[in-house]
Design a protein around this ligand. Structure first.
Ligand code: ZN
Length: 282
């Protein structure tokens, strides 16, 4: 998985995995192996998803909608889509690995007002934030019992915060809405009613995010033929830091234990926040 040098006439290529590794080590730049010019890792990574992820999140969502009802057949097309979803989740974990040092990065977020909430006109509203376990890839209430309040918080957000957070929120919520049906059907820990509740919460949140993402400049149009996911992710890489930092501060003030999530490290030296039940596996 390579991305081209930013200098137009240069044929140099950078390995995406090494860029991510160096970014994680706090290096903002890396020299080109051919022209030796130092280049911004963030800038280089802007071109990465096109190379590493031939399909966009939107496309994956559309394809997934068609196979969702036969998740148990892990053959042919379904298997291919499931492995793409796996990769999508791994990308999310890898891209936001710096932020995971301070606190969990996976959560669902939806307006408490539910269907009465108007995604077009709101200014400041109460939202429910639900933390997810990054091992089982399920929201904490799906593990602790749907009535459990562990890892469940009611917080107020304003539209401006949401706007800044949109690139990250869109990428994350999109990924979680693919992961949830897969995990709950594989693990069979979530019953049908609980699953429907979780799914409708995710889609409520998605509506709010989509409404905000749709206003202002349409990022995809500015970039012409460029894949919107590519751009959103690139923007996300730079914006996520502030967004997640603010969020971690908010959550820490409410609940320093983050709903009992335990920070562990996987074989790729990435931090994961998992339910204590799974902490022993690391
Ligand atoms: Zn070069």
């Amino acid at each position: 998985m390579m991305v081209p040098c930013l200098k137009e006439s240069c044929i140099g290529l950078f390995e995406v995995s090494k860029l991510i590794e160096n970014k994680r080590r706090g290096r903002p730049e890396q020299p080109c192996p051919v022209c030796n010019e130092w280049q911004s890792i963030d800038q280089l990574l802007l071109n990465a998803p096109a190379a590493t992820q031939p399909i966009s999140l939107d496309y994956l969502q559309k394809e997934f909608a068609q196979v969702k009802d036969r998740l148990d057949e892990v053959k042919g097309d379904t298997g291919r889509i499931l492995s793409q979803i796996d990769k999508q989740f791994a990308d999310l974990i890898q891209l936001y690995t710096d932020e995971a040092k301070e606190g969990p990065r996976l959560f669902s977020l939806f307006p408490l007002d539910g269907n009465k909430f108007n995604p077009q006109t709101w200014v400041r509203e109460k939202f429910r934030l639900v933390l997810w376990c990054e091992h089982s890839r399920l929201p904490l209430p799906a593990i602790n019992g749907m009535d459990s309040k562990q890892g469940v918080y009611d917080l107020e957000f304003d539209r401006d915060w949401f706007k800044r957070a949109v690139p990250f929120l869109k990428f994350m919520t999109g990924t979680l809405s693919l992961v949830l049906p897969v995990m709950s059907s594989t693990l069979k820990v979530v019953n049908d009613t609980a699953f429907k509740t979780l799914e409708s919460q995710l889609s409520l949140g998605k509506n709010v995010i989509d409404a905000i993402a749709g206003e202002g400049t349409k990022l995809g149009e500015v970039m012409g033929a460029a894949d919107t996911t590519t751009l959103e992710r690139g923007v996300g890489i730079r914006a996520e830091n502030a967004t997640l930092c603010e969020l971690h501060a908010l959550l820490k003030a409410k609940d320093p234990s983050f709903g009992g999530l335990v920070r562990v490290m996987n074989k790729r030296q990435e931090f994961l926040w998992v339910h204590e039940k799974f902490a022993g596996e690391y």
